[in-house]
Ligand binder design. Structure first.
Ligand code: G3I
Length: 347
């Protein structure tokens, strides 16, 4: 019922668009328009969205989540604080809820994230560890989680946000205690636990070519030379209108492809100062179009994931005062110009 309502609403919006372009509307009225996932699949790509457990009581939200996308990322439910709240005590209920929903909707899942400096449990951050102790803790965490989801995760963000803006290593608890080798170890341990899952490094502000993406390029080269299992590089793509579009995105994707890696846009949003207006929404739509086209232009860019699809559940307003309106659907779950721009890019 909800599915039909959403589809009809989209069909109506598309018909209005076609009408304003002077096109005949009969077909658009009669046929269900293809979803973003279906359009992306025609290019051998996926189109995904993040979601979070508290949102899953919102039925209209769930209807669009379940139809428009073919890849889902849990926004928080698979992070360390959620999955190992006490040392050695694992809780996969939040991740399981999302994996089960995705499976019911015939969607794949990106696992996010095994090693990150943020959202760590208190027991891990509130004491000092020797290198041997922390290595054992890290290995157990990674392998228990990856084993739990074995066969059900398309790709893992194994290490998230490992570098600073200038390309130096971020001084996380893992780096400070274990040195840079923790990244290769994490990848190896994850591979042992699920040899079929694709393994990614993932970060923000790496969309364009610059010191931070250069650091990943260099690291991937070294990891590959050492035979460390690494399959992909995730570019989060949290963009902001006031900082300009990363015009070297396509070249950047291409240079990682040449290292033999898949790439993906993993957490896309385009924020702006609110209130939104027509000009800002038009520019935002253009950026979504450009990002989609950049991914389609590079064979090994395998897909795009929005960091949730609606402004109703965006992380932006809570983190950046005065900013928002970052996603292709508004707070009422109505598609914005960005949504239609993505569709056009996928056609
Ligand atoms: O769970 C508590 C809840 O009990 C409490 O009542 C509430 C009050 O603030 O907070 C809840 O925790 C929040 C948590 O999300 C779950 O909703 C945290 O405050 C909040 O900080 C946390 O934000 C998440 C953020 O990562 C943390 O850095 C966002 O939802 C999540 O979308 C965001 O995702 C990250 C990616 O993992 C990595 N890349 C950047 C991206 C955006 O920051």
């Amino acid at each position: 019922m909800r599915k039909t309502t959403t589809r009809l609403r989209l069909a109506g919006a598309l018909a209005a668009l076609l009408l304003s372009a002077g096109a005949p509307v009969a077909q658009a009225d009669e046929q269900e328009p293809p979803t973003l996932a279906e359009l992306a699949q025609r290019h051998g790509r996926y189109f995904g969205s993040a979601t979070d457990n508290p949102e899953l009581t919102d039925e209209p939200y769930k209807a669009v989540l379940g139809t428009e996308f073919d890849m889902i990322t849990p926004g928080n439910g698979m992070k360390w604080y959620a999955t190992e709240p006490q040392q050695g005590v694992f809780d996969f209920s939040k991740g399981d809820e999302i994996v089960n929903l995705a499976r019911a909707n015939h969607q794949r899942v990106r696992g996010h994230t095994l090693v990150w400096h943020s959202q760590l449990p208190g027991w891990l951050t509130s004491r000092a560890w020797t290198a041997d102790e922390l290595r054992a803790v890290l290995k157990k965490h990674i392998q228990t989680e990856v084993r739990h989801y074995k066969g059900r995760i398309y790709a893992w963000d194994v290490v998230n946000e490992a570098f600073n803006e200038d390309g130096t290593y971020r001084e996380t608890i893992f780096y400070k205690t274990l040195g840079p080798g923790y990244i290769a170890d994490a990848l190896r341990w994850a591979h042992q636990a699920d040899p079929k899952a694709a393994l990614y490094l993932n970060d923000y502000n790496v969309e364009g070519i610059g010191p931070k993406s250069d650091a990943y390029h260099q690291l991937v080269k070294e990891l590959k030379a050492q035979g460390v299992p690494i399959d992909g590089f995730g570019l989060q793509a949290h963009l902001a209108l006031q900082y300009g579009y990363p015009s070297t995105l396509e070249d950047n994707l291409r240079r990682f492809s040449r290292l033999g890696l898949d790439t993906a846009l993993t957490e896309v949003d385009v924020r702006m100062y609110v209130p939104a207006d027509e000009a800002k929404l038009a520019m935002q739509a253009q950026w979504y179009r450009d990002m989609t086209e950049a991914c389609l232009a590079v064979r090994r860019c395998v897909g795009i994931t929005l960091w949730d699809y609606t402004d109703k559940y965006s992380w932006i307003p809570a983190f950046f005062e005065g900013e928002g309106a970052a996603l292709p659907w508004d707070e009422q779950l109505e598609p914005k110009p960005a949504y239609f721009a993505i569709r056009e890019a996928l056609k």
